[in-house]
Write a protein that binds this ligand. Structure first.
Ligand code: SF4
Length: 408
């Protein structure tokens, strides 16, 4: 027999991002977490707080903010206050580059208001200065009891480290190809920085690593090796994935390959928003990736056929859309009222060819009439045909049936 496949659970260490009574665990058997990042100017306290709220409401379990100037650092505790007043306790992450050592020490309210610091070892300074400045950031994390992410990025790789590795490579009898040297540089930078942080007194459980690149195969190669060489919790994401469909598909492809193998404890889908597109789209896509892999369930799933020449009217597309929208909008209330409702499976099918079969596989399904079929839509509940809907109000009636099923 063919065994069903499943995504393997990660076995990393477990980090915690804490704010008030909220504790979001990352790694060590915790569900793979969804995270996102604001694109507002952090100095704009209200605008940023509103976007954080939107992202949190869409399902982001932690939200990262750019902290690039003294003004931005001063805004962080004010954003935190705004969120606390709105009842949003999502942990905030500060994204630091170049001057994090100064901002975290000169504005301690910022260091306190954040739950995690992202440190990019590629731009903490060079030589002794790097070590001193890196140590200052680690000391802040220890002092305020915060998690850190050592976030290495292909685009801002430590150039000294890269030059050293290239030099060593040139002296090899059989030199590696340039890509392999770059992979090694990314992984070495992340792991050696984590080792340095532990030597400075950082709790290894509170260290999360990332090595982001923009190519799917590069990401897979780097993370497979990174996960073999350490047991830190890993933040997964394809950086600069791009806009719209291209970005979503590239991210889903890369993340799915790794998550299936138990690699990755928190994910971010980095999409370039289309003009006017909501930032929350990246959270929806990240959640969909985890749900598609059956790693997590956020909303009931709707199985729908693509439709073809057998679907005569727009009823089928409309019903699918209405049911999806209905389930999503109900979820905030249903989640607390009906625990486990997110595992519900609904099928909306376009004709008799696959309609009854798929509907029987779902908890509740409907098979709409296709071309040449009698104008009747059988409804299946728990695998049994239980009624047939007819007429112009099939959509409304089916919605009521779904609602009753959930209540029951
Ligand atoms: Fe076409 Fe029917 Fe298959 Fe839907 S179930 S794709 S309408 S043949």
């Amino acid at each position: 027999p063919v065994s069903p496949s499943f995504a393997i659970a990660s076995r990393s260490r477990q980090a915690s991002l804490v704010w008030g009574s909220r504790r979001v665990t990352v790694g060590g058997g915790a569900p793979v977490r969804v995270q996102s990042m604001t694109n507002t100017d952090t100095v704009d306290v209200i605008g940023t707080a509103i976007q954080v709220k939107e992202l949190a409401m869409a399902g982001s379990e932690m939200v990262r903010l750019t902290v690039n100037t003294h003004e931005a650092a001063k805004a962080v505790p004010l954003i935190r206050d705004q969120l606390d007043r709105m009842g949003i306790d999502v942990p905030l992450i500060g994204d630091f580059h170049y001057n994090g050592h100064r901002l975290l020490t000169e504005i301690p309210e910022c260091a306190q208001a954040l739950s995690k610091y992202r440190i990019n070892p590629g731009n903490v300074g060079k030589g002794d200065k790097h070590d001193r400045q890196f140590a200052v950031m680690i000391e802040a994390a220890i002092r305020w009891d915060k998690a850190i992410r050592i976030g290495v990025n292909w685009g801002s790789l430590d150039q000294e480290l890269m030059a050293n590795l290239m030099d060593q490579n040139s002296r090899r009898i059989h030199p590696w190809d340039v890509k392999s040297v770059m992979y090694e540089a990314l992984i070495s930078s992340a792991i050696s920085s984590a080792t340095q942080a532990v030597e400075l007194g950082m709790n290894p459980d509170q260290i999360i690593l990332s090595c982001k690149v923009s190519g799917v195969q590069d990401l897979v190669s780097v993370y497979r090796e990174l996960s073999k060489r350490c047991d830190y919790a890993l933040h997964l994401g394809l950086t600069e994935a791009g806009m719209g469909t291209k970005g979503a598909v590239a991210s889903a492809t890369a993340l799915a390959i790794l998550l299936q193998d138990g690699i990755g404890d928190t994910i971010r889908v980095s999409l370039t928003p289309q003009p006017g597109e909501s930032r929350t789209q990246e959270v929806v896509i990240a959640s969909e990736i985890l749900q598609a892999l059956e790693l997590r369930s956020f909303v009931p799933s709707v199985t729908a056929c693509p439709g073809c020449g057998r679907t005569t009217s727009t009823t089928f597309q409309e019903l699918t859309q209405q049911i999806e929208m209905f389930l999503r909008t109900q979820m905030p209330q249903w989640r607390t009222k009906y625990p486990g409702v997110e595992h519900l499976k609904v099928a909306v099918m376009g004709c008799i060819v696959n309609g009854p079969g798929e509907s029987k596989q779902a908890d509740i399904g409907i098979s709409l009439p296709g071309t040449g079929e009698a104008p009747a839509a059988p409804v299946f509940i728990d695998g049994e045909k239980c009624m047939t809907l007819r007429g112009d109000s099939i959509a409304q009636e089916f919605q009521v049936i779904v609602e009753n099923y959930v209540e029951k």
